[in-house]
Design a protein around this ligand. Sequence first.
Ligand code: FA5
Ligand code: MG
Length: 348
Amino acid sequence: MTLREDLTAIKDQGLSDISLTNDLKKLNEIRVNLLGKKGPITSALRGIRDLPVEQRPEVGSYANEIRDALSTAIENKKQVLEDAALNEQLANEKIDVTLPADHTLQGQPHVIQQIIDQVVDLFLGMGYQILNGPEIEEDHYNFEMMNLPKDHPARDMQDTFYLSDDILMRTQTSPMQARTLETHNFEEGPLKMISPGVVYRRDTDDPTHSHQFHQIEGLVIDKNITMTDLKGTLLTMTHEIFGDKFDIRLRPSYFPFTEPSVEVDVTCFNCMGKGCDVCKHTGWIEVLGAGMVHPNVLNMAGVDPEVYGGFAFGIGPDRFAMLKYGVSDIRDFYLDDIRFLNQFSKRG
Ligand code: FA5
Ligand code: MG
């Protein structure tokens, strides 16, 4: 047999072995046996040096051709076997979608945030803009522009955290009244805004007072706005948050930035107006302050009180949450006890 015939025989045997095997390990053995240093191709190549010089190139290139053909066949077969192994694995690892799932703990808005979102959604639907104001505020906006000049005695009720003589942690969201009155262009239409946020006071913490709490400011300024509009707006909100069975009552009160001023009471959730310990036997619970915007406030912000006027209110959503869910201590909202907060999960 010539060397060329030897090589052809090696190729035929090799290709047949490759096509017959169905096992990756065996395929690797075939590769090592055929193409390795001790394999028949290597030794055939070594035999070339015994051939006459003129035959060497032709047989040499034939040997290379066969080696390439065999290694291509091995690579192809390897791919086929690997694909088959993967498919089998995938078929065996089929996921049972009927198994109960692992629940991961999912967060939710804080109960006070839920109340704020509800109020904001309602007023958005009534065409109000929603505005955010700075929690670190100037004395100028927090007090002076709200008709509370320095040394005004009503400042004491909101005595607060000062960062410097002129900068403080805001005590109310009312400074947003002055800020929006200054910038609103009345030629483009009435001013209707809601501004929720956190406020700070040097209040001693007790069951109904926290040194840090939330307010939602509301302001409507246009021509011919009356106190009836204020009452209708607050009644709509009360029905939305508490339900249609709840009524409101306006009581005369005092704020330097409104005239007339009112405190607004909502039907007691506990006795529905009959009178009980919770409402101190009045049938009502105070939830917010409101009134008709004082002409001085309009004047200072550059709005003519002879032409424009309207109402403002300041809601305490912490107190709303207490009323709505019968929580007797405001401090529970701020302790971050997950067992307490989970009771207000919207997902049930
Ligand atoms: C004000 O802060 C006025 N700026 C409200 C206002 C706005 C009146 C616009 C007129 C026009 P007052 O201090 O009463 O008012 O606070 C308003 C509401 O915030 C209260 O009804 C109560 O719900 C809540 N609130 C007040 N102090 C605290 C406190 N320490 N902790 C929790 N909630 C409080
Ligand atoms: Mg009050």
